[in-house]
Ligand binder design. Sequence first.
Ligand SMILES: [Zn+2]
Length: 91
Amino acid sequence: MGEIVPAEIARAIAAQRKIVTSACVICGTTVVGLKTRRYCSNTCKQRSYYAKHVEEQRERMRRRTREKRPGEAADPEVSAETGSVDAKLPT
Ligand SMILES: [Zn+2]
């Protein structure tokens, strides 16, 4: 008796994980999942990443803009502040 079976331990640990309903930290959409789940979608995850690295992103934009010759049309990607977040995440 008392034999330790790894699969049973894993099952017991899995049973401890509670599925909860919470709100997405970015948009407030109801999210059902593990307690650690914070975003409703990949979009919100990327928005969060962008918000955390907004200074880095801006600096990158500035550098890109500076590299352009004067008189050239502005890079359409610089319109990040209008809300169309298209952050490129390392996967
Ligand atoms: Zn969301």
